[in-house]
Structure formats: C-alpha cells, structure tokens
Design a protein around this ligand. Sequence first.
Ligand SMILES: [Zn+2]
Length: 512
Amino acid sequence: MFVKPGTAKADASTLPVSEPGMPRSVVGIVLLTALSFASPCALAGERGAGERGTSVIVMIADGGGYSVWAATSMYQGRVGRQVVDNPEWTRLSVSTYPLRTTPDKPAPGEAGLKQEADAVYDPAKCWDATSDPESTGAFPNYFRGYAWNKRTKPDSANTASAIMTGVKSYNGALNVNGNGVPQLTLAEVAKKSGRKVGVVSTVPISHATVAAAGGAHHVTRNAYASLAKEMLNAGTCDVIIGAGNPDFDENAGPRGPQDTREYQYVGGQETWQLLLAGTHPAGWKLIQHLPEFVAMASGPTPAKLLGVLPVSTTAQQERRSIGDAKVLPPGLDKKTAGVAPLMLTARVAVHAMEENDAGFFLMIEGGAVDWAEHANQLGRVIEEHTEFIETLETVSAYLDAGDHGWDWSNTLVIVTADHDHLWWGPNSDTVAYQPLEDRGAGNMPGAKWLYNSHSNQLVPFFARGVNAEKFIAYADQVDKATLADGREVGRGKYLDQTEIHAVLEAMLKPGS
Ligand SMILES: [Zn+2]
C-alpha cells in the first residue's frame, strides 16, 4: 500500500486502495488524482530545466519526534525502511528549545531577548537518568531528565517561528521576537523573490504552525481571527488549506441554524460571509468538499485558493470513536467521509503553484499528530503520522518523476517535527528512556505516556534535493550520553531550528 522507497513513480498497486468512509466512485477519482501527481504533463517537454528557479517544500509532523517515527514504523512493519531511510536523504537531528520558559508573553528590553541558559538543549540534562522520586500526580517525573524536558518544553508557535524567522522566542510567540516585535518570515522572503507561497494542514488554517509558515505575526498564537485575517489579506499566501470550518462539526456534520459557530479560525464571521459569497477583496476562491478538491487537482486553478475542510478542528483526529480512542488501534474508527486527505490537499497546493517558473515555498503539516499525542491516543498518532508519511511518499514520487519541471535538482524537501512529546517504552517509568517495544506489523507497539504535552528532546530532520547537503555543516553538535546502566543513548549530530532557517533563507531570498 505504500510507494516503495526508491521507486521512480507511483503506480496503482502502490497507492491506498480504499479510504474508509469514502464512496467508491470518489475513491476512484482520488486514486486517479493521486496518480496524476506523478504522471507525465503535456507541458513538461516545452520547458528547459535551466529556466526554473528553486522550490522548497517543508514538511512538518507536529509533535512528530523519534517515538512517533518508531511507533508508526513498528506498526507498519517498516522500521528502517521508510522513504527517508533511503541513502539520498540527509539525516540529522534538530534542537527545538525556546528562548525562555517564562514569561510566555513579550518582555521588554535586552532582558526580553536573552536566552535562558537552562532551556538550551543539553545532552547531560536531557538524558539525566537520576531518579526523581519526589514528583507525583498524573504524570510523575520519574527521572530528572524527564523533568527537565517537561520544564523547558517549547510549543508549536515559537518552534515554527524559529524555522520561519531564524529567531528564538517565548512559547506562544507567532513570528515575533522576545520583545514581541514582528520578524521577517520565509514566506515573505519567498514572495518577494517571485515565488508562490502555500500552506497545507490537517488542523485549522490559522493554527500555530500554519500561521507561522504563512507569514502571519502576533504576540500570541491564540489570536486566531487576527492571524487568519493577516494570512488572507497580507498578499503573501497564494494557497491556504486546512480545517477550522464554522459550518461543520468535528465529524463533518453541518451545523444547524441554532448551533453555535466558531468563526475565529477563518478570520471572523464577516470574513467568512465574504469568502462564502466569493466577494472577499483579496479574491480568494473558497473550496470545502472532497469533490471540489478532486476537481482542483488538475486543470485551471485560481490565483488565490483557500481550502477549508468541512470540519471544525481536525480533518480526522477529533472524529467520534466507537470506543476509547486512547486504546483503539489505528483504522477501527471509520474515517469521516467527504474530507480531503492530506495527500490530496498537498497535491492541490502543488498543482496551484507548479506552473510558476520562479518556484514556490510550500509547508505541509501533519498537524493532528500533536493533537493525538496531547490526548495520549497512540492509535490516532499512528493514523495521523501514516497519512503524513503517505503524503511524503507522494511528494517524493512527484519529484522522482519531475514531469512538471520540478525534481530533486531544483527542489529541496525537508521533513521534520516542530517539537517532541515525552513518551517512551512500556516500562519507561522504571527503565529510563526505554525504547518503544516492537510487537510486529499490525500490532500496537509497547509505549508509555510520560506526559500529555511537549518535551525539549531533539527531533528528527531529513532533507533531500537541491542544497540538502548544506545542513550538514550546521550540525556541529553531537547528542550523546551514557546512562547509569551503561546504555549509550543520543541522536548524533544536530543543528538548531534557527539554522534550518539560515539555509532556507539563503535559498529563497531575491536574486538567489
Ligand atoms: Zn502541542
């Protein structure tokens, strides 16, 4: 069911054969659409390779740390055999630490810009297996390293901002520095150089990662309406796709006249009315339903494309469960019908931008991996991350084929997480940093939730394509530790999120 690593093109047998809950005819169309992602284009022969600029695709699995990759790979029976395990990919780790742990709002002057020393990633602190027996509550610390990882955790706003602006900030900061001053983003740089800019997610269009990648700014990530308005009005974004639809619930059920509607994610009620009426002053074309996405994956595309999936918060993760989503394995709960999957929304975004010779900057987020982790739902973590990996494979097959003029010679793909969560093996409360337990393909791996929020641990980083080797020089620190029981741990060479920015900024700036 997956595109095999290294294969040049997707064929029918390598694509998902069914999308639970989707009518059969629609499944067929989606399959054809997914295929066309990697199929010959009539225009391909008309354009010389030298006439193209460069494009950047940033793929972020929100909260998609090492445990997430381990869990999904174990469940799929593909440990060490994911597409990013192929030798063409540069493999490193990334630090995601915040500027400070408190206050999580702007602070004035020099003090507001100062890096808090204790928050800086430090292998000795991260991997401290000294027992921490005093701690109690729903999530005891167990070990000092766990405690440090929880105490110094970043969030999706300041980590995405670090990648997008090159500046570290406080938790909740959206493309502003520690003083709360707006910073120039990669999206704005890309736009100035004539590139198209797109953002795609499985969570609301103005949620932290999407808003940061879309070039919006605010002193707090919670200002959804303001962030959405900036994304719609600033002229930076050409494509925005995600959830947060006021007219539908989390199961894609339409809201009735008496139901409460939440308009914040789409910029408020007035903005939503304009978008629905097709009279938004910035000229956005709004699509919502699966057939509209299928249609928009080929043929003419509008200059400004806004996709708001017909769900209130997440594409799938928040849907109802037949039992307890904390314990159910992936796939038992039927997927909500009528909601375009990430593989398709990503394809729609690429299609809307691929004819632009100067190139494009696209961020694709598996946003609800993080939501499933907050809810300690292992099955849904695997579901969400599987969809993210399938999307990565589709992107990879598109560039392998190169039929639309975009291939690995003029496109850079990076795959990473914005931050980690704290969960390890089934006995990791007594065995520090115990790896997840592989119970075979199709079986939920052994794991234990050590927290219901983020951690400061390093996250994986993969890059392939033009300039991918440039990250290696930045990865000048090594994560390595020896635990009391003699086990060697650590993630090897790592760079910082601000250094991802340095490479991308140099590549996207005008004249580059
Ligand atoms: Zn989170």
